[in-house]
Design a binder for this molecule. Structure first.
Ligand code: ADP
Ligand code: UVW
Ligand code: MG
Length: 397
């Protein structure tokens, strides 16, 4: 029986998972799937590397399904397929590791207590990450569980990238710019190192444009600055999150609109961004297909913020040798990439239109001083790799 590493990425209403064969430290993708609509109308499926797809069946009354129940459905499938017996370790994406957790860790009770203390710093992600861990411990008793942090990659930031201009005591108690999507950035840098080692050693800006979106300036493989801050709200507008916001707006909402913390949290995390601006959808594909002026405004604002951050992040390093697009939008939307890069020749960014339309690996023109890449991210593989490292099996590549 092959050794299998499982990975989990728990969101507020979803549980994504992947299975990798892990013989001799070589990770071999076996399957990936998800349960969505947890707490509402659950649905889910899993696709094997062979191409075979299975829809999960949810019985009547599954509407109240929580992360534990979702885990049982996944465990049922893993048992049916014969994978369950081979599972040697389980890796989890945990969004917040706070100021001190700079490496993936083996999860024990003390670690869980530490991660629970970080819930107020990531209210929309951390509780779900922890319920995913609790459910996995119950489903796979005795199997090592590893936590991999979205924040860890950014702990190489210089002080100026980590601080706000508040009295120093706030920094000391942890009110800092943490940065997120670190597992994605780590994967991208590893891949870039194989594709273009000389560029990966220089200054690179990576744009992770998915449902959550952020950008990161990297110098010689280390994060120097990120657009995300204390929480995963800051920086670029996202599917349903506002991105950068003048804090004066919050004071106005509290003082004049009498909104409480929960109402403001719901507005900024769930009702803003592409969805709030367009009044139509959080899904970029739907906005691109729409001829509504609001959808166009939402796209224009998304592009405008990316361009500002691109130039701003370039100033945190000394000139940029490479730009990488990743995440669902970054990987697939030629229209967004073109809008971001048009008129950016002054930064050395010259697009090859044909390569861009084809979403090729390299989309810069041959004569472009700065190389531009499209690299599909794989946070799951990064989690699996860290999980092998922590549990003592050295990954081969
Ligand atoms: N072909 C495409 N063109 C434009 N946008 C796309 C395309 N494919 C996916 N997207 C967008 O990618 C986003 C989801 O990104 P993804 O990285 O998969 O999300 P998540 O952060 O949930 O993992 C959605 O806005 C979706 O519309
Ligand atoms: C940190 C974050 O925004 O994550 P996601 O893109 O998964 O929502
Ligand atoms: Mg440079």
């Amino acid at each position: 029986m092959s050794k299998i590493v499982l990975t989990f990425n728990a969101g507020s209403s979803s549980l994504k998972f992947a299975a990798f064969g892990a013989d001799n430290g070589v990770l071999n993708h076996l399957a990936a799937g998800q349960v969505e609509g947890i707490g509402a109308t659950p649905k889910g499926s899993v696709k094997r590397a062979t191409g075979e797809k299975t829809e999960f069946a949810f019985g009547p009354g599954a509407g109240g399904l929580d992360h534990r129940a979702a885990m049982k459905v996944i465990l049922g499938w893993l048992t049916d397929i014969g994978y369950a017996r081979g599972i040697v370790a389980v890796g989890h994406r945990v969004v917040h590791g706070g100021p001190d957790l700079v490496q993936p860790i083996l999860i024990d009770e003390a670690a869980i207590a530490k991660l629970q203390k970080l819930i107020p710093l990531a209210p929309l992600h951390q509780p779900h990450n922890l319920s995913g861990i609790a459910a996995a411990i119950e489903a796979f008793p005795g199997t090592p569980q590893v936590a991999c942090f979205d924040t860890a990659f950014h702990r190489s930031h210089p002080f100026v990238s980590d601080t706000f201009a508040l009295p120093r005591s706030y920094y000391d108690e942890g009110v800092r710019r943490y940065g997120f999507h670190g597992l994605s950035y780590e994967y991208i840098l590893r891949t870039l190192k194989k594709m273009a080692p000389q560029i990966a050693r220089e200054d690179v800006i990576v744009a992770h444009l998915g449902n959550g979106a952020s950008m990161c300036a990297v110098k010689n493989g280390r994060s120097i600055a990120s657009t995300m801050g204390f929480t995963a709200l800051d920086g670029l507008p996202m599917g349903t999150r506002c991105g950068q916001l003048d804090p004066g707006v919050l004071l106005y909402l509290m003082a004049e609109k009498k909104m409480d913390a929960q109402q403001i949290s719901d507005l900024l995390y769930k009702e803003s961004g592409l969805k709030g601006m367009s009044g139509l959808s959080q899904d970029m594909r739907e906005l691109e297909a729409s001829d509504s002026p609001r959808a166009k405004e939402a796209i224009d604002y998304f592009v405008h913020r990316i361009r500002r951050e691109l130039a701003g992040l370039a100033a945190t390093v000394d000139g940029v040798e490479g730009v990488v697009f990743t995440g669902g939008i970054g990987e697939h939307s030629a229209r967004i990439r073109k809008a971001v890069l048009t008129g950016m020749e002054w930064m050395g960014l010259v697009l090859d239109d044909e390569a861009n339309e084809a979403s090729a690996q390299i989309i810069s023109a041959k004569a472009s001083p700065t190389a531009i890449f499209v690299i599909p991210t794989d946070e799951e593989r990064m989690i699996a790799r860290h999980t092998l490292e922590v549990t003592g099996d050295r990954p081969a590549t």
